[in-house]
Design a protein around this ligand. Structure first.
Ligand SMILES: *[C@@H]1O[C@H](CO)[C@@H](O)[C@H](O)[C@H]1NC(C)=O
Ligand SMILES: *[C@@H]1O[C@H](CO)[C@@H](O)[C@H](O)[C@H]1NC(C)=O
Length: 489
């Protein structure tokens, strides 16, 4: 609240004797922040983004009342930013400053509902990283495992393990029925009501996973979509988001609550069409650095502040939600480190466009860069031949010669260049000999140099290929995962 607290002082300076009344006026209530993060939902899954069966009336309405971001990206084509099986012992290091840690200092109450995915050792618990409350799981609802070597994934309420997926929180893999989205919805509505009653600002991170395979929906939504079970899951999420927004309106706090909807990576085409979504016109899906792997559906909603019906071509990133949320809370980003995100409030409130690149990483490798409408690939790779032969395909039905390669092809000396305006599907590389190519690649090279100059590599935490972060005791201590986070229960 630094800037809000300073504002009355500046007024005092200007108004002199009138000072008392403005000093007595309470500062405007801090803006609540609600981040709705979907799991494996694709750019093409919402009606507002052109999904042909138009089954997301509430999200489409949210977009009509707020701002649609068409060029919004995730930081990695995988969740977490990596898949964390139970035997991983790494997690979010204490040295990382998380958004809730900073918001806490500004008086926010922070809750995470759903998937944490940043480590399941005691030191990684979300309540040790700035959250006050949690209902959800440290992992995806994979399973059922149902054995002692690999127990089912636990579900937590704050510090307490309250049960496990499949055993206590049922997911019927035959019918696709599960009530989890309803539980996560109710949890959100209750938290919002409680915060409104206590007049304290809140940060709610709603990271639900119904659209991650195995996808699920509750009975009232099963069989209601033209798209099958995946569509049923989307429809239930759409309905839930509608109920959350209506709840904010009914409590009279919608103008005081910033809501942002997006997804963690592109649709998992490997699971499509029955268990995976759509990336619209884009190439490939989750796991890849083609547009389908990293471009996300994104909607900002803040009635009375963000003008209705906005459509922005701002190149945005999930990392911007950090800086934007701090800005909403009147806080500055930490100055002791390089921050990759930017504050999107000038984009949303004044329609500004901020020139900035997007970097596409796969693992540690900088695969591609987007600058304006140009995207340069330094490496191309879809999947390995070995995976392909087993039917593990991240680009089903989408082979583009020389682009969706099955070996890791290096193009660092002569990047493959696409114009995403004329060619959103990355099908027509721009001729190396053209002047357009020369100009664009020069610009991209300068951006990469700048980026690399300030890059500080992190310690690997969640890399399954790195023995240092894997639990070697799989066979010898079969009960190691009876509860995550140690022995609380
Ligand atoms: C979902 O909740 C309903 C109503 O309580 C119950 O009848 C049903 O068995 C639950 N389904 C699952 C899969 O847990
Ligand atoms: C697992 O074993 C590898 C190789 O012996 C070792 O380098 C690593 O530190 C071990 N990991 C843990 C978490 O103990």
């Amino acid at each position: 609240m630094a800037s809000a607290a300073l504002r009355p002082l500046r007024l005092c300076w200007a108004l002199g004797p009138l000072c008392l009344c403005c000093a007595l006026r309470p500062a405007a209530a801090a803006t609540n922040i609600l981040l709705l993060l979907m799991d494996d939902m694709g750019w093409g899954d919402l009606g507002a983004f052109g999904e042909p069966s138009k089954e997301t009336p509430n999200l489409d309405q949210m977009a009509a009342e707020g701002m649609l971001f068409l060029d919004f990206y995730t930081a990695s084509p995988l969740c977490s930013p990596s898949y964390t099986p139970q035997d991983i012992v790494g997690g979010i290091p204490d040295s990382e400053l998380l958004l809730p840690e900073l918001l806490k200092k500004a008086g926010y109450t922070n809750k995470i509902i759903g998937k944490w995915h940043l480590g399941h050792r005691p030191q990684f618990h979300p309540l040790k990283h700035g959250f006050h409350e949690w209902f959800g799981s440290p992992n995806c609802h994979f399973g059922p495992y149902d054995n002692r070597e690999r127990p089912n994934i636990p579900v937590y309420r704050d510090w307490e393990m309250v049960g496990r997926y499949y055993e206590d929180f049922k997911i019927d893999l035959k019918t696709g029925e599960a009530n989890l989205t309803q539980l996560y919805l109710q949890e959100a509505l209750d938290f919002i009501s409680k915060q409104q009653a206590s007049q304290k600002p809140f940060f709610l991170y709603w990271a639900i996973d119904a659209t991650h395979a195995p996808v699920y929906a509750s009975k009232q939504f099963l069989g209601t979509s033209q798209r099958g079970l995946y569509g049923d899951a989307v429809r239930e999420i759409d309905d839930s988001v509608g109920k959350i927004l209506k709840h904010l309106q009914q409590l009279g706090i919608s103008e005081n609550t910033f809501v942002f909807f997006t997804s963690d990576n592109g649709a998992a085409l490997i699971s499509a069409p029955k268990q995976g979504g759509s990336n619209g016109p884009f190439l490939c899906g989750k796991q890849t650095t083609f547009e389908g792997g990293m471009r996300e559906p994104a909607i900002a909603w803040w009635p009375g502040h963000i003008p209705a019906g906005g459509v922005s071509h701002q190149l945005g990133s999930v990392m911007d939600l950090f800086s934007t949320s701090l800005s909403l809370a009147g806080l500055q980003p930490p100055s002791d480190r390089q921050i990759d995100g930017i504050d999107l409030l000038p984009v949303m409130l004044q329609g500004k466009l901020i020139d900035r690149p997007i970097f596409y990483y796969r693992g540690n490798e900088l695969m591609a860069v987007r600058a304006g409408l140009y995207k340069a690939h330094f490496w191309t790779w879809s999947n390995s031949w070995e995976e392909q032969s087993k039917g593990i395909d991240f680009c089903p039905g989408q082979s583009v010669a020389g682009v969706t390669t099955h070996t890791q092809e290096e193009h660092t000396c002569l990047p493959l260049l696409f114009h995403l305006g004329r060619d959103p599907g990355e099908k027509y590389p721009i001729s190396f000999a053209s002047e357009e190519y020369q100009r664009a690649v020069e610009r991209v090279s300068a951006l990469v140099q700048q980026h690399k100059a300030t890059l500080v590599p992190g310690q690997p935490q969640l890399n399954v290929c790195d023995q240092a972060v894997m639990d070697n005791s799989t066979v010898t201590t079969p009960n190691r995962q009876i509860a995550a986070f140690g022995d609380q229960k």
